[in-house]
Design a binder for this molecule. Structure first.
Ligand SMILES: NC(=O)c1ccc[n+]([C@@H]2O[C@H](COP(=O)([O-])OP(=O)(O)OC[C@H]3O[C@@H](n4cnc5c(N)ncnc54)[C@H](O)[C@@H]3O)[C@@H](O)[C@H]2O)c1
Ligand SMILES: NC(=O)c1ccc[n+]([C@@H]2O[C@H](COP(=O)([O-])OP(=O)(O)OC[C@H]3O[C@@H](n4cnc5c(N)ncnc54)[C@H](O)[C@@H]3O)[C@@H](O)[C@H]2O)c1
Lengths: 208, 208
């Protein structure tokens, strides 16, 4: 049984391997991976050992091989359909975000409650639909993943609608904590977590 | 010397304590913190022990006290000025994001290279300025933190401009890895990391 904190690091390892593959690198030591990530090489080897013996002592890891292993473990050697609720500024940005496709995800539908937005095109392939269409759309695309890009005060109700329609995973951009049943996973995009990580290292202060 | 991987968890602990304080909670055991976060109580106690003896054996942590300690450690008992480059869809969403202020950050300026956007108001207090104004603005506000919300192909050049003007920390939303000098920290907002964390747990597959 893999600790969730380990699972959370695997996509970061995968992203680093994608970068190294793009640089033409064929082999990577755990030391180099660790240096790139600010994680100890021991931690990386320990994390990966949960899944198999992927590296050679003294040689390191084959980049292409380890990348394929992680893609399989994370189940992203395929394309997951994702729905998005909220077609405002952030929703527009997400609908045209091209960082999803080659890493296993595709937004297949966008929903909004504002009549002025329903029917608008937000990307070459997506027109905004009404929230009332969420249930049938999730059924049709067998979609298990939803993203929330609505104001904080609307986010819980949107989550309830998604959960009721069968969603299993939610990525929430709104600055609020969602209540969901135990079988539903929620992750948050919280820029402040990253900003506070960075201020730890800053010397000069800031205003009271 | 605190491992960076520990530093990265502190803002998450702080966010959880803020939530608990909002629920009126006065005391929190490491078990409860761990359960809320999917992190072992041992890991939490070990992480916090780097900074002091904050809890009582058998009692747990005083929520308000621990929260203040973490705010001090992360230096967010004050408001850091932040600049933003990119006033497109994402930039608009960030300029009006109200999740920053009470957690230690305020966007004080927004820059863009598009003449059609310069001069536009993106929030009650912010009008878009030209990229040429970055240097003088950073000087005036003593700002050490920048956010990048421009297309991937423009992000490296924008980072170079920010670094040259004295920025020490960059939060990058663009799907690209930045090259910066060793004294500059970069963090990425990468939704795919979170989505891949979630697909690990999904049973039903997806399309090839
Ligand atoms: N985490 C981050 O990095 C980050 C960054 C910027 C903004 N945000 C957050 O993203 C959210 C959206 O920001 P924005 O600037 O796009 O706001 P916006 O006001 O431009 O867009 C919100 C959209 O949600 C729609 N909406 C409201 N209630 C709805 C409902 N019940 N069902 C369906 N649609 C509904 C609105 O009609 C609107 O189109 C906000 O919560 C904001 O705080 C997060
Ligand atoms: N990480 C995430 O969660 C996430 C989500 C959505 C979008 N994004 C990314 O955010 C970025 C912005 O997305 P968007 O939808 O707002 O795009 P957009 O095209 O609406 O806005 C980009 C803005 O950047 C400006 N710009 C371009 N080059 C510039 C330069 N050299 N200097 C200053 N400004 C410049 C443009 O004039 C434009 O206003 C993209 O890289 C996108 O991939 C990230």
């Amino acid at each position: 049984n893999i600790p969730d904190i380990v699972v959370g690091r695997l996509p970061v390892y995968l992203r680093t391997l994608e970068l190294m593959a793009g640089e033409g690198r064929e082999v990577a030591s755990s030391q180099e991976l660790g240096a790139r990530l600010g994680i100890s090489s021991a931690q990386i080897r320990k994390d990966l050992s949960h899944f198999g013996e992927f590296g050679k002592q003294g040689t390191g890891y084959n980049v292409a091989f380890l990348r394929r292993q992680l893609e399989q473990i994370l189940k992203v050697n395929c394309v997951w359909p994702v729905v998005l609720v909220g077609a405002g500024y952030l929703g527009h940005a997400l609908a045209s975000y091209n960082g999803f496709e080659h890493r296993g995800f595709r937004i297949v539908a966008v929903f909004d409650s504002d009549p002025a937005k329903i029917g608008n095109r937000v990307s070459p392939s997506i027109v905004v639909e009404p929230v009332s269409a969420i249930g049938e759309t999730l059924q049709r695309c067998q979609c298990q993943i939803g993203m929330i890009a609505v104001p904080a005060e609307a986010a819980q109700k949107v989550a309830d609608t998604l959960v009721e329609a069968g969603i299993r995973s939610i990525l929430c951009y709104a600055p609020i904590t969602l209540n969901v049943p135990a079988h539903v996973r929620v992750e948050y995009i919280d820029p402040v977590i990253h900003l506070q990580h960075m201020t730890f290292y800053l010397r000069q202060g800031c205003d009271e």
